[in-house]
Ligand binder design. Structure first.
Ligand SMILES: Nc1ncnc2c1ncn2[C@@H]1O[C@H](COP(=O)(O)OP(=O)(O)OP(=O)(O)O)[C@@H](O)[C@H]1O
Ligand SMILES: [Mg+2]
Length: 588
C-alpha cells in the first residue's frame, strides 16, 4: 500500500468532496437497508389477515399495504438521490485527481532530459499517462466508493439482522466469506488475463502505428504481404487471449448467484423452522431475503476492490518511479537571467561521451567564437557536429570541460533564457499538426502575421506558401507530412529566427534545398544576422563564402580552422572535401 500513500496529498486537496462523499454514502446505505423492516411488517400483516380469515380487515390491510409500498418507494427514491450525490462527489473527486496526476506527469515529461526519453519507448511513456493513471483512478473513485459503501451497508445490515435473530443471521451469512474469497480469486484471474490482453493490444497498436508511418518503406520493398501476416499473427494471439479472459469472466455471475442462492435457501429453511416453531414471524423470512440481496453486491465488491487496489498499487509505483526521476539538466538555485546575450562563445577543454554507448563524440574542444561572427562547421558524417550543437543549447552537458557564453558558464544561465536566445534549426525539423502560421510563430506566440510573413519571406518560403490553397492557414498534417523536406527545413528556419535570437545554429538546415535556393537564403540572412553569432553546420561547401571562419571536425576533434583560402591551400580534410565537391578541379 506504500505507493498509494503518495495520493494522500491529493485527497487533502479535495477533502471537502471526499467528506461530503462519505456523508452521502452513509445516507444512501441507510436508506437502502430500512425498507427491509417495512417488507417484514407488510408480510406479517398479510399473514395475520390470512390466519384470521376475516374479511373486515381487508380495507384496513389494503390501506396499510399501500402506505408500506409508498414508504418503500420513498426510501428507494431517497437512496437513489443520495447515491447520485455520492457519485457526484466521490467520482468527481477521482476525476479531479486523475486530471491533476496527468498534468503532473505531462509536466514532468517535458522536464526530463533527452537521454531519459531515448531509454524509454514512446508506448511505455504513453501507457503511464493513460493506462496507469486510469487504474489509479479506479482506486480513487469506484474502489473507494464501494469500500465505504460496503462498510456502512454491511454494518447497518448486520445491526438490523442481529436485532431480529442471531442464529438465523449467522447461518444466513455463513456462505458470504466463501463468496468474498472466490470473487477475489476470480477477479484476480480476470485482472491477470486482461493485463495479458492489454499487453498484446499495445503490441498490436505499436505494429499498426509502425506500419502506418513506415508505409512508404514497406511498399517500396514490396513487403505488404509479410506485414499483413505479422499483423494477423498478432491479432490471432489477441483473439486467443480474449477468449481466455471471457472464459473466466463467464464464471463470475454464476458463482455469485450460486452463493446468493445458498444464503437465500438457508434464510428460507432456517427461517421457516423458526416460523413453524413460533419463534419468528413469517415476515422475517422476507426481510432476510431482502438483506441477503442487499449484502450481495457490497460483499461481492470486496473481492473486486481488493484486486483493483492491487493493480492501482502497481500502477502508482510505476508513476512514482517516473515522477522521482530527476532531470539532470535543470536550473540550479542561483542561475542568472541576463537581459540580452551578446553571443561570445567559449568552449574550454570540452569533451563529450554518449553515456548510452560510450562513444566519444567531442574530444578536448577548445574554441572561441566572437559575438557576431559567422562560423561554418564542416565534417564527415558522425564527426560530432550535431553533438556540438546539442552542447551549445544544453540538451546535453559536457562530460569534461566548460562552455561559456559571454563569460558566464552556461550551467549558470537559466535554461529558458539560454534557449530563448539560441535559435536552433535541427537536422530533422519537427512540425506540429497545426497551421503554417502557427508553426512559424511557435517560438514567439506574440508575433503578428506580418512578422510571420517577413520571416517566411526571409527563409524563402513565401512563394511556396502562396501556392497553397489556404496560404498561411494551411494545415501541415501530422509531423508536417504535407510539406516537402526542403519546405519543412525552411519553415524551421523562419521559426528559429522569429524569436530574434542572439545565437543562430543551423544544423544541416538546408540539406534538402538546392544549392541555388540555399545561397539565396544564406545571402538574405547575411544582412539580417549581421550582429548575430551564426553557426552553420553543413556537409556542403556552397555556404563557406559567407563564413568569417570555417571549422573542420573529424572524429570528434576540431582538426582545422581558418578561412576558405587558407584551408584550401593547406593539405587536409578541407581541401579533399573541396576537390570532391567541385568537379572542375578534377583532372579528368
Ligand atoms: N544519442 C546518441 N547516442 C549515442 N551515440 C550517439 C548519439 N548521437 C550521436 N551519437 C554518436 O556520436 C557520434 C557523433 O554524432 P553526431 O550526430 O554529432 O555526428 P554529425 O557530425 O552530426 O553527423 P551527421 O553529419 O551525420 O549529422 C557518432 O559516432 C554517433 O554515432
Ligand atoms: Mg548531425
Amino acid at each position: 500500500m506504500k505507493s498509494l500513500w503518495t495520493l494522500n496529498s491529493y485527497f487533502w486537496k479535495y477533502k471537502w468532496l471526499l467528506l461530503s462523499g462519505i456523508f452521502f454514502v452513509v445516507l444512501s446505505a441507510s436508506f437502502s437497508v430500512y425498507p427491509a423492516i417495512y417488507v417484514r411488517e407488510a408480510f406479517d400483516q398479510v399473514a395475520n389477515a390470512i390466519s384470521n380469515e376475516s374479511n373486515k380487515l381487508n380495507s384496513g390491510l389494503r390501506k396499510s399495504l399501500i402506505i408500506y409500498g409508498l414508504l418503500i418507494l420513498a426510501m428507494s427514491i431517497l437512496k437513489g438521490f443520495f447515491t447520485f450525490l455520492m457519485r457526484q462527489t466521490l467520482i468527481v473527486m477521482s476525476r479531479h485527481i486523475e486530471y491533476d496526476l496527468k498534468n503532473d506527469i505531462y509536466d514532468h515529461y517535458q522536464k526530463l532530459d533527452s537521454s531519459f526519453l531515448k531509454n524509454n519507448s514512446t508506448g511505455d511513456l504513453m501507457n503511464r499517462i493513460s493506462e496507469d493513471v486510469s487504474k489509479v483512478r479506479m482506486y480513487l473513485g469506484p474502489s473507494l466508493m464501494y469500500t465505504i459503501n460496503t462498510a456502512f451497508a454491511t454494518i447497518i445490515t448486520l445491526v438490523f439482522m442481529f436485532s431480529v435473530d442471531l442464529k438465523l443471521s449467522l447461518l444466513t451469512l455463513a456462505p458470504m466469506p466463501i463468496l468474498v474469497w472466490s470473487i477475489y480469486k476470480v477477479s484476480g484471474l480476470i485482472n491477470r488475463r486482461s493485463h495479458e490482453l492489454q499487453e498484446q493490444q499495445s503490441a498490436i497498436s505499436t505494429l499498426a502505428q509502425e506500419t502506418f508511418s513506415g508505409l512508404r518503406v514497406l511498399k517500396s520493398f514490396g513487403l505488404e504481404k509479410e506485414q499483413t501476416d505479422r499483423y494477423a499473427i498478432s491479432a490471432n494471439t489477441s483473439f486467443k487471449k480474449n477468449e481466455r479472459l471471457y472464459r473466466v469472466n463467464a464464471l463470475f455471475m454464476p458463482l455469485l448467484l450460486l452463493l446468493v442462492g445458498l444464503s437465500t435457501l438457508i434464510a428460507v429453511w432456517i427461517g421457516g423452522e423458526g416460523v413453524i416453531g413460533g419463534r419468528l414471524s413469517p415476515g422475517v423470512i422476507a426481510e432476510f431475503i431482502y438483506y441477503v440481496n442487499l449484502l450481495t453486491w457490497p460483499i461481492a465488491s470486496i473481492g473486486w476492490v481488493m484486486s483493483m487496489v492491487q493493480r492501482a498499487e502497481a500502477s502508482m509505483e510505476r508513476i512514482n518511479d517516473f515522477l522521482k526521476t530527476k532531470p539532470k539538466i535543470k536550473d540550479h538555485e542561483n542561475v542568472v537571467h541576463p537581459d540580452e546575450i551578446r553571443g561570445f562563445i567559449n568552449f574550454k577543454n570540452v569533451s563529450f561521451i554518449y553515456p548510452e554507448n560510450g562513444k566519444k563524440a567531442i574530444i578536448d574542444l577548445n574554441l572561441k567564437i566572437k559575438a557576431g561572427e559567422t562560423i561554418v562547421i564542416v565534417g564527415k558524417t558522425g564527426s560530432g557536429k550535431t553533438t556540438f550543437a546539442s552542447l551549445m543549447n544544453r540538451m546535453i552537458e559536457p562530460t569534461e570541460g566548460e562552455i561559456f557564453i559571454d563569460d558566464i558558464e552556461i550551467k549558470n544561465i537559466s535554461l529558458k533564457k539560454l534557449r530563448s536566445q539560441i535559435g536552433t534549426v535541427p537536422q530533422d525539423p519537427f512540425l506540429f499538426s497545426d497551421s503554417i502560421a502557427d508553426n512559424i510563430s511557435f517560438g514567439c506566440y506574440e508575433a503578428s502575421l506580418d512578422q510571420v510573413k517577413f520571416y517566411a519571406d526571409l527563409a524563402n518560403l513565401s512563394s511556396d506558401i502562396r501556392g497553397f490553397s489556404e496560404g498561411y492557414d494551411t494545415l501541415v498534417g501530422e509531423r508536417g507530412v504535407t510539406l516537402s523536406g526542403g519546405q519543412k527545413q525552411r519553415l524551421s528556419i523562419a521559426r528559429a529566427l522569429i524569436k530574434k535570437p542572439r545565437i543562430v545554429l543551423f544544423d544541416d538546415a538546408l540539406s534538402a534545398v538546392d544549392t541555388d535556393t540555399e545561397s539565396k537564403i544564406l545571402s538574405a540572412l547575411k544582412s539580417e544576422l549581421e550582429t548575430v553569432t551564426t553557426i552553420i553546420i553543413t556537409q556542403r561547401l556552397s555556404a563557406v563564402h559567407l563564413a568569417d571562419r570555417i571549422l573542420v571536425f573529424d572524429k570528434g576533434h576540431l582538426v582545422q580552422q581558418g578561412n576558405h583560402l587558407e584551408l584550401l591551400n593547406s593539405k587536409g580534410i578541407y581541401s579533399d572535401f573541396y576537390r570532391l565537391q567541385n568537379p572542375e578541379t578534377w583532372n579528368l
